[in-house]
Design a protein around this ligand. Sequence first.
Ligand code: J9Q
Length: 273
Amino acid sequence: MRLDVLTIFPEYLAPLNVSLVGKACARGVLDVRVSDLREWTYDRHNTVDDTPYGGGPGMVMKPDPWGEALDTVLADGYEAGAHTPALVVPTPSGRPFTQELAVELSERPWLIFAPARYEGIDRRVMDEYATRMPVYEVSIGDYVLAGGEAPVLVITEAVARLLPGVLGNAESHRDDSFAPGAMADLLEGPVYTKPPVWRGRAIPSMLTSGHHGKIARWRRDEALARTAEMRPDLIERCDPAGFDKKDRETLSILGWAPEPGGRFWRRPSVVEE
Ligand code: J9Q
């Protein structure tokens, strides 16, 4: 996969050379190119922003540097044999970044990231490049950042670990919270390792019982409890056909009951302590 990043803070992308993404690059699975957007400014101050039409706070990134930078990166990439690019623009007004979207992006051979500072990029840039390639405007969550560089790191890590040959056998995709598949719709419960007692705290005895069926059931119950506590929206969204008899029993103890439609809803009588 080829990955271009156009940014006014190229140093911010240094972590792309580290850890999993760095290894993917070293192994030749990923070809990362970071370019400084200011290379495509031609005034004395390397201006990339201007005041918004219609007034209002903040500054908007000018279309010209983006247009020239994107045209150059596209020409370079095509010349190097890359094809079917997609533009990824991190923005709080984008579609939520999910594991499903990570999988979709990981299946594309060429991603071009356009992280913006200030109040965003002149809309005409996304409109123009949308006529030539898919444009993904993506939000990594509901909070305020100074710019899209951190989201680029987040999205890149989520995508890179899905590329063939990047993850070792030790880490597999299936059981991750949010991975499409096995535990798809539940959060993971607690995990433990040696020593068996740490600062007077023992591990749950269940885990050394050797009863693999009981351990699996216990883990499932812990996952249900954790999800109900931290992400009740995930329980509500669950297809009830995915719950077995014991799941229903556990959910009932946690204060959840099926609606007439079958989906689970938390009984209003149960309140937090
Ligand atoms: C560019 N807050 O926030 C959440 N996902 C993306 C963003 C974001 C931001 C500011 C600038 C992206």
